[in-house]
Design a protein around this ligand. Structure first.
Ligand code: FMN
Length: 326
């Protein structure tokens, strides 16, 4: 059973990956998508999306892990077979431990340019893309895919999943909604069950898992024991740990607001000590996470109206630090 931290553009960057995997429970992270057009990106583009890229110079072993040792796959989004293959091969040569392919992004700008979920209308093209990338990277490097149940409806869900399996993918994550469903609840966990039953590669369920109880319900209805956590990881940063502990019959002490403040302080320190990072990035990041935490912590709700007006990162973290006693 694996718990994967979801790729979420603008949320699960290297800082969030480091914070969340340090709390524990995650077996794997997938980067936010890197959009491929028809060119081979220069090296710096890969490091910008995936600063953890690393190779042991002596052994040549790929060590693109978070600081706590969780491996990270690079997610690519695009529709040009050879450009996807070339960029995947380059990422692997730089140290990526696996390549994940995005067939789920609902964004209009992406879909208009023939990428993400729009490809779900064409199982053959999905098959060719996965196959091209599979052929371009060494056999010991996993190539995986993430899809939705369909574009407008679920009618091609099986064909797409089968196309991905036939092309040689190692596993498949399915966000249990169509593109048309957007992010509206519910997630259709039951629709994953026939796919999990019929396919031979592992299926990882994704969508609307916010609690340990959701995990158990999703597992029962989807027939998938592995899970990818997205927004639930932002709202409940120890959700993966809670699920792993529950499976081991262990309880997880509830995270307190002072612990959340320490987590945000760590996020602040990581960002502020990165000289390559524009300082303007820091306060919005802190605000965004506090906003997610409002679902669970009244203290987050109490400080947010003031926090959202602050632009200076030092003032933002000071307000968060002071709230520890609330
Ligand atoms: C802000 C945001 C950005 C996202 N970016 C990506 C992305 O880069 N690649 C991807 O495959 N999915 C992306 N997703 C979808 C998530 O990975 C996940 O499939 C979705 O949020 C459903 O899971 P959840 O209910 O656990 O959040 C994004 C979702 C959100 C909310």
């Amino acid at each position: 059973m694996k718990i994967v931290l979801a790729p979420m553009d603008g949320l699960t960057d290297a800082y969030a990956r480091e914070i969340l995997t340090a709390i524990g429970g995650y077996d794997l992270c997938v980067t936010e998508f890197l959009r491929i057009t028809n060119t081979l990106f220069p090296t710096r583009v890969f490091y910008r999306r995936f600063p953890e890229l690393n190779i042991n110079p002596d052994s040549g072993q790929k060590i693109s892990h978070t600081k706590s040792g969780t491996p990270i796959f690079l997610q690519l989004l695009g529709s040009d077979n050879s450009a996807m293959a070339d960029n995947a091969a380059k990422a692997v040569s730089l140290g990526a431990e696996g390549i994940d392919l995005n067939f789920g992004c609902p964004a209009k700008t992406v879909n208009r340019r023939d990428g993400g979920a729009s490809l779900l209308k064409f199982p053959d093209r999905i098959n060719q893309l996965v196959y091209s990338v599979r052929q371009a990277v060494p056999a010991n490097i996993p190539v995986t895919a993430k899809m939705r149940l369909g574009f407008d409806d679920q009618s091609l869900a099986h064909d797409n999943a089968q196309a991905i399996q036939d092309a040689g993918a190692d596993w498949l994550t399915i966000h249990a909604r169509t593109k048309k469903d957007g992010y509206r609840p519910p997630a259709y966990w039951d629709a994953l069950a026939p796919l999990a039953d019929q396919l031979t590669i592992p299926i990882i369920a994704n969508g609307e898992v916010w609690s340990v109880d959701d995990y158990y319900r999703c597992k029962e209805r989807s027939h998938c024991s592995s899970i990818m956590l997205g927004r639930g990881a932002m709202v409940t940063p120890d959700l993966a740990l809670q699920i792993k502990n529950a499976l081991d019959d262990k309880s997880t002490p509830q995270l307190s607001w002072p612990e959340m403040c320490q987590m945000l302080d760590k996020l602040y320190q990581l960002m502020i000590h990165n000289s390559a990072l524009n300082e303007r990035y820091v306060a919005p990041r802190l605000k965004l996470w506090v906003k997610w935490l409002m679902a669970n912590f009244s203290q987050a709700e109490a400080i947010f109206p003031e926090l959202k007006r602050i632009k200076d990162p030092h003032q933002a973290i000071e307000l968060i630090r002071l709230s520890q006693d609330l």
